[in-house]
Structure formats: structure tokens, C-alpha cells
Design a protein around this ligand. Structure first.
Ligand SMILES: Nc1nc2c(ncn2[C@@H]2O[C@H](COP(=O)(O)OP(=O)(O)OP(=O)(O)O)[C@@H](O)[C@H]2O)c(=O)[nH]1
Ligand SMILES: [Mg+2]
Length: 250
């Protein structure tokens, strides 16, 4: 895959590289503590498939049981639409790119949508290693998908790099009648594993943009943090943003 043009939806085991477009050098970023996995390259500006320049790119993976809404969450974030109708399970793995403005930087997220079905597990494991962040989803209407989160976290721990950012998402929060997992249960489990948490809805758009923005901010801060800059607090940021939006933002 070309470094300059990020292909859309093309399967590849390599992530695209990013480079500063505004005078920030890799040397400077390394001095600022850029992890080796951050996709930062200095020589020339990079451009995404939408024609936008970006400073730095990160690989984010969507994981969780089949049917929890990973593909719908990605489509909602990328295209602002909801895939209603019959459920088409993802086969293998696929990705989409999105460039976001984070604190005056252009951050490109390469978002990998994985198949939740067990038979594809060995394929997706191969992609875990160079992931910078994982959004781990369960379905608030499906108790089994919630119970399986512990196993997912064990798997993540086994296959990802140590400093990977993991965020737990309770999706389909728009459902009221069918809900079987309380928000408090999600919060408790996330606390137990020390990961940030929020509920989302790919259907209504609730917190979808916020989930990706929070992860992009965390990754950008980790990579470009000034030595005297305080650590970015992901859960605090999320809680504050939800309070500002009166709990329900889309
Ligand atoms: N009510 C509601 N339904 C949703 C939401 N997100 C997804 N769905 C529905 O849930 C079903 C599964 O969604 P997908 O996004 O395809 O699930 P997935 O996690 O990608 O599943 P796999 O590809 O098999 O791993 C579809 O019928 C969606 O319409 C949501 O936020 N609310
Ligand atoms: Mg899918």
C-alpha cells in the first residue's frame, strides 16, 4: 500500500505510515516520547484517501462477539449512517481511514473492523500486534456478549503490545426494552480491569464520535506529550464531555 494514499477497505497486514505536515519532525516526536509503534514519518506530508493531510496515524481495532455492532459503529463514525435491516456478519477483517482534528493536529485513524465469529479468530490475532488501540464492544441486550468480555481481555493481553489503549463499549444503548446489561455493570467490569468505559449506540449515534475522539486524543497525547505536560486522563475526558452534553451526545 502506498504511503501517501491510504487505500479504502483494502486488506493488508501493513499499516500506512504518517508524516508531519507542519514542521514537526520524527526526531522531535521521538524526543517527546513517541512509542516505537506510533506511525510517524518525517520526510514529507502524508495525505489520506480523502485528500486530507495528516500529521500522525494510528491503528485502531474493533473487537468483540459477533453481532455486537462493530461494523455498524464504524459505518456510523465514518459515514454518519446506520446499517439497519438484515445482519451481514463480517468475514475476516477490513479497514477504513478517517482523519480527525485533535488539538491542532491532523490524526488519521486506520480503523480495523474484525469478524466476531470464532472461526476468524486466528486471522484477527495476527493483526493485534501492531494495534495502537482496541475498542472492545459488547451488546447491552446480550448477556453472553458481556460475559465474554473477560475472555476478550485475556486474549487482548496475550496478543497486543503492552501499551495498547483499550476501551470498553456497551453498544446498542438506544434499546430500552431489550436491555439486559445495566450501565453500572459495564462500569464495574471496566474498573476491575482498569480500562475506560462508555455506552454507545451505532443506531442513534450516541457517543460514537466521542469514543473515537477520546482514543485519538489519548494516542496523540502519548506520542506528542511535552515533558511537563500532564498525562491525558481518558475516562475523565469522556465523563466531562458526557456531562457537558447532558449525558447524551451523538
Ligand atoms: N438497536 C441497535 N442495533 C444495532 C446497533 N448496532 C448494531 N445493531 C444491529 O446489530 C446487528 C449486528 O451489527 P453488526 O455491526 O453487523 O455486528 P458486528 O459486531 O459487526 O458482527 P460481526 O461482523 O459478525 O462480528 C445488525 O442487525 C445491526 O443493525 C445499535 O447501536 N443499536
Ligand atoms: Mg461486522
Amino acid at each position: 500500500m502506498s504511503r501517501k494514499k491510504a487505500a479504502k477497505g483494502k486488506v493488508s497486514s501493513k499499516s500506512p505510515k504518517a508524516s508531519p505536515s507542519s514542521g514537526r519532525t520524527a526526531k522531535g516526536l521521538a524526543a517527546a516520547g513517541a512509542p516505537s509503534s506510533a506511525l510517524v514519518y518525517p520526510s514529507r506530508p502524508s495525505i489520506s484517501n480523502s485528500g486530507e493531510f495528516y500529521d500522525i496515524a494510528f491503528k485502531v481495532m474493533l473487537v468483540g462477539d459477533s453481532g455486537v455492532g462493530k461494523t455498524c459503529l464504524l459505518v456510523r463514525f465514518k459515514d454518519g449512517a446506520f446499517l439497519a435491516g438484515s445482519f451481514i456478519s463480517t468475514v475476516g477483517i477490513d479497514f477504513r481511514n478517517k482523519v480527525m482534528s485533535i488539538d491542532s493536529f491532523k490524526v488519521k485513524l486506520q480503523i480495523w473492523d474484525t469478524a466476531g465469529q470464532e472461526r476468524f479468530r486466528s486471522v484477527t490475532h495476527a493483526y493485534y500486534r501492531d494495534a495502537n488501540a482496541l475498542l472492545l464492544l459488547y451488546d447491552v441486550n446480550n448477556r453472553t456478549s458481556f460475559d465474554n468480555i473477560r475472555a476478550w481481555l485475556t486474549e487482548i493481553h496475550e496478543y497486543t503490545q503492552q501499551d495498547v489503549v483499550v476501551m470498553l463499549l456497551g453498544n446498542k444503548a438506544d434499546s430500552t426494552h431489550d436491555r439486559v446489561v445495566k450501565r453500572e455493570e459495564g462500569e464495574k467490569l471496566a474498573k476491575e480491569f482498569g480500562v475506560p468505559f462508555m455506552e454507545t449506540s451505532a443506531k442513534s449515534g450516541l457517543n460514537v464520535e466521542l469514543a473515537f475522539t477520546a482514543v485519538a486524543k489519548e494516542l496523540k497525547h502519548r506520542t506528542m506529550k511535552e515533558p511537563d505536560e500532564p498525562k491525558f486522563q481518558l475516562q475523565e475526558y469522556v465523563d466531562k464531555e458526557m456531562r457537558v452534553a447532558g449525558c447524551c451526545r451523538s
